[in-house]
Design a protein around this ligand. Sequence first.
Ligand SMILES: Nc1ncnc2c1ncn2[C@@H]1O[C@H](COP(=O)(O)OP(=O)(O)OP(=O)(O)O)[C@@H](O)[C@H]1O
Ligand SMILES: [Mg+2]
Length: 256
Amino acid sequence: MNEVIKAVDLTKIYNKRDKKKRGEISVNLNQVLNGVSLEVYHGDFISIMGKSGCGKTTLLKILGGIEEATTGRAIVGDINLSSCSDEILSDVRQKIVGFVFQEFYLVDSLTLKENILLPLYISNKPYREIESLILENAKRFEIEKILDKYPTEVSGGEKQRTAICRAIINEPKIILADEPTGNLDSINSEIVIKYFERLNLEENRTILMVTHDPTIASYSKKVLLMKDGAIVKQIEKENGEDKKNFIQRIVEIMDY
Ligand SMILES: Nc1ncnc2c1ncn2[C@@H]1O[C@H](COP(=O)(O)OP(=O)(O)OP(=O)(O)O)[C@@H](O)[C@H]1O
Ligand SMILES: [Mg+2]
């Protein structure tokens, strides 16, 4: 099997600058990742779980080339993100990885359609093809009727689904999704997670997804539990195991 992501002993330390105390700036070091090692193979569908603040988003951002690790190595495809040029890093972000952000990051001055179109500006696809690609994906996420609206005019769930469309429109090999159903009701969550499941099963796309929801996590094949900046447990769905049983096992490790 091919490794598509390999993380070796990643650490991340943020500097927290506090207000001047008696004329001094106090700098507190906040160690958010404490040596995370991880191997993701082509066709994996992995959920990352763990309490708020344990470092899930930070890990995903490092693997997506958005944040830099303090120490350790993050390798995506055959590119070492810790030592490659900015140009290659931006190639990774645009062509290899599709990132669904927890905070969406849609551009408010652009319509939903233009937001989805952004990653395609660098592609050589003819516009007609791009249009049908957008429509096909928008239909999948039931936002085809609001494509001409601006992000400020739509709901949180609609923004979320637009952000997912934008992340997958380039057909990236790897999808990194930070709580992709975090703002969706149960019906829309199911649409999204079933679509992810299909992308994984039918198109063999590799998916690494953060979620707090055991039901959502049960669609993936493997669950990693993070605690205090480290991966402390991992479980895999057994062959033929039904989702209910897997949910039960996920809930059990969440108490760890
Ligand atoms: N840019 C930053 N500067 C300083 N500290 C940060 C920064 N980003 C995150 N942190 C801190 O790092 C820790 C981990 O944050 P992270 O966003 O990775 O958590 P998380 O597991 O994704 O949490 P949640 O489930 O709430 O999204 C938190 O204590 C957070 O305050
Ligand atoms: Mg987060």
